[in-house]
Ligand binder design. Structure first.
Ligand code: GLN
Length: 273
């Protein structure tokens, strides 16, 4: 069958699960052929063998069951960089780029030391280090498998020299260092809402009954890890604004402010020690 026809048929199948079914069809085929999306577009008139066509449609079927495209292809772009992902890590969300951009703006190219708590794929820490070439950082995660992914990303992005990753429960983490910045996108999905994100690791998402169960210890710990005048930025669900602000106040942070995402919803809280 011609590639053009395969892509068309796949697009029809994927309409119900995706807003960008044509693009996803192209990406799935590119992944299967170990080629770029551009290659697929340039070869629409070429035919694919029945075996490959069948393989292609089994990927389309998997995707139709809402299995994330990025787990199939094993990668996700974040801050213009390619990150390996697998089902042991959360797929980086475009919204989280705002956290990194804000942190970069604050650091202003200076040789800061940062820590990313619950680093997952390492996307926050590593993209920060990529765009601030004088910075160094630590990434910690309770999941050993996540840390494996983060280290692989550090290697692939040429950032192993300026980053170090530890498998650690943040509550007990202490390397003796203090940081200019603490960044975190912790698990904040309410347990009863986890069913809306069925394929990603519960460990990365589950914020308990309230959704903000981890924040009291996280915000307190972040304060302890910061140098004086250091900044903490954490991602939150806009529904927890009031509770999170109280935690920042209780821990004596200064200059507490909220940062909105692209849909104009509060998504991050920032505070200075
Ligand atoms: N923003 C993610 C979601 O909506 C949740 C991320 C998290 O728990 N840190 O699925």
């Amino acid at each position: 069958m011609k590639i053009a026809r395969l892509i068309y048929d796949a697009k029809e199948e994927l309409k119900e699960v995706s807003d960008t079914p044509y693009l996803e069809a192209e990406l799935l085929l590119a992944f299967l052929l170990h080629k770029s999306k551009e290659y697929v577009i340039a070869n629409l008139d070429n035919a694919l063998s029945p075996e490959l066509s069948e393989k292609f449609f089994s990927l389309v079927e998997l995707r139709k069951e809402r299995y994330p495209l990025n787990y199939i292809t094993g990668e996700k772009e974040f801050m213009g960089l390619k990150f390996f992902v697998n089902p042991s890590v959360l797929i980086p969300r475009p919204e989280t780029e705002i956290l990194v951009e804000k942190a970069l703006e604050i650091s202003h190219g200076s040789p800061v030391k940062i820590i990313d708590i619950g680093t997952g794929s390492g996307c926050i820490l590593l993209s920060f280090l990529h765009y601030n070439s004088l910075a160094q950082g630590v990434g910690i995660d309770i999941s050993e498998k996540a840390i494996e992914v983060a280290r692989k990303n550090a290697e692939a992005l040429g950032l192993s020299e300026r980053s170090v990753f530890f498998v650690s429960d943040f509550r007990y983490f202490d390397s003796g260092e203090r940081f200019d910045m603490v960044l975190s996108n912790p698990p904040y999905v309410r347990t009863d809402e986890l069913k809306n994100v069925p394929f990603e690791p519960t460990l990365a998402l589950n914020g308990g009954q309230s959704g903000y169960e981890l924040y009291p210890e996280l915000i307190e710990k972040a304060y302890g890890l910061l140098k004086d005048n250091g900044t903490a930025i954490v991602e939150i669900d806009y529904r927890f604004q009031k509770e999170i602000k109280e935690l920042f106040l209780k821990n004596k942070y200064r200059e507490i402010s909220f940062i909105k995402d692209l849909s104009n919803r509060v998504r991050f809280v920032k505070g200075v020690k």
